[in-house]
Design a protein around this ligand. Structure first.
Ligand SMILES: Nc1ncnc2c1ncn2[C@@H]1O[C@H](COP(=O)(O)OP(=O)(O)OP(=O)(O)O)[C@@H](O)[C@H]1O
Ligand SMILES: CC(C)(CO)[C@@H](O)C(=O)NCCC(=O)O
Length: 383
């Protein structure tokens, strides 16, 4: 059995002795992401945050071992999210009834636009206040990164003194582009409304797909040349070598539809899905590169739920950055791409005393990309 299934099962049927220490929520335009930290009393005994100081590592930092749980909901199904929090008693710190009075959580760290939009709803239904953190602040957290080219994932070891400056391109419903100059030092330099929401929204209208995953799945099987106008279509099958454009490069996304005497129904949904994904990914890759160029930055990190470790999406973004930069700039991806904001909000509450959050079981993360409701072993080092 895949480790993710084990953890998800345990999550849905929480052990009575699971304690939930902390919850943070990222309310996006498309998805709501929850991150919470659980510790099972049967696990190695380092009982309570209050008692952290009792257990110090060789580095001198107190440590709390447990599991970081990740869960997502469609924003349009906010009620499911509320029900989940309620049924898991996340707003009460898990099995709080055993802890006696006085342990009830009154505020939860929250980020994204919905932290404002749903503040009253959460107060009303769960009795908790959403303690708002700016969504841009929450994106800038340290993560392990990898490059993705021609189907090959390559983890990159980046030394802290060689990390900055970098560009962080967060592809959610819309796209935010941040230039990060140092720890907590960043600026939102650009953005585009043509993002993940555009792919999912247009894709839904054009293909009648009922879920994002179906649309993504369709795009795997499609052939974009059925609907995109390629350089070769314009140049009689030849490359336009004088300006370095090979015949297979897309000259005009969806351009073939102009001259084809076809209606929407005459195109295969999978070809439309693929063309749409390439169009949006290429566009984001190009805008990102142009921003990197403008600010003299070589590394571009991509995050956001749009990516979902989807090979074709990562390939297209990497290709676009590689093509436009003539190999000078690199596209990089993050292991917890979609949960970056939520993890940032989670960590913000430990601002005063959190030194580091280390993920011990990286393998589990890699194996669970399909479900994206994750559970990973981790250690919190408090300063
Ligand atoms: N299961 C899914 N359901 C809906 N969208 C999904 C799903 N999986 C991936 N996506 C993609 O991820 C996008 C949302 O990404 P993310 O959660 O990072 O952004 P958000 O926080 O909702 O948006 P914003 O930050 O712009 O408010 C969707 O628009 C869609 O393209
Ligand atoms: C509005 C936000 C910041 C909400 O997360 C995001 O969707 C975004 O950056 N959209 C792109 C807006 C623009 O810069 O055109």
């Amino acid at each position: 059995m895949d480790p993710s299934e084990i953890e998800t099962e345990r999550e849905l049927n929480p052990n009575q002795s699971d304690r939930i220490y902390h919850l943070a929520v990222d309310f996006g335009g498309s998805l709501v992401k929850l991150v919470y930290f659980t510790k099972n009393d049967d696990d190695e005994e380092i009982p309570h945050r209050m008692a952290l100081a009792k257990s110090k590592t060789s580095s001198g930092y107190p440590v709390l071992k447990g599991r970081l749980q990740f869960k997502k909901f469609e924003t349009s199904k906010i009620n499911d999210c509320l029900e989940f929090i309620k049924s898991m008693k996340l707003h009460l710190g898990g099995c709080q009834q055993q802890d006696g009075p006085g342990t009830q959580i009154t505020a939860v760290k929250a980020t994204g636009g919905g932290a404002y939009k749903y503040a009253d709803l959460f107060k009303e239904r769960l009795g908790i206040t959403l303690d708002k953190e700016d969504e841009m602040d929450c994106l800038v957290v340290h993560q392990e990164a990898f490059t993705y080219m021609d189907g090959q994932k390559e983890f990159v070891q980046i030394e802290p003194d060689d990390l900055y400056p970098y560009l962080l391109v967060n592809i959610g419903s819309g796209v935010g582009i941040l230039k990060v100059d140092g720890d907590g030092k960043f600026e939102r330099v650009s953005g585009t409304s043509i993002g993940g929401g555009t792919f999912w929204g247009l894709g839904k209208l054009l293909t009648k797909c009922k879920s994002f995953d179906d649309l993504l799945e369709l795009s795997y099987r499609g052939d974009n040349s059925a609907i995109d106008m390629l350089v070769g279509d314009i140049y009689g099958g030849m490359d336009y070598s004088k300006v370095g454009l090979s015949s297979t490069i897309i000259a005009s996304s969806f351009g073939k539809a102009i001259s084809d005497k076809k209606e929407l129904e005459d195109y295969k949904p999978e070809d439309i899905a693929r063309s749409l994904l390439r169009m949006i990914s290429n566009n984001i890759g190009q805008i990102s590169y142009l921003n990197a160029l403008q600010f003299g930055v070589k590394r571009i990190f991509f995050s956001g739920f749009f990516i979902r470790s989807h090979p074709f999406t990562m390939d297209t973004l990497s290709d676009a950055v590689n093509f436009w930069s003539k190999g000078e700039a690199k596209a990089m991806f993050l292991r917890h791409e979609g949960f970056l904001g939520a993890v940032g909000a989670f960590m913000s509450s430990y601002k005063q005393d959190l030194h580091e959050l280390l993920v011990d079981q990286v393998d589990a993360v890699n194996k669970t990309q399909a479900s994206l409701d994750l559970s990973i072993d981790c250690t919190i080092y408090a300063a």
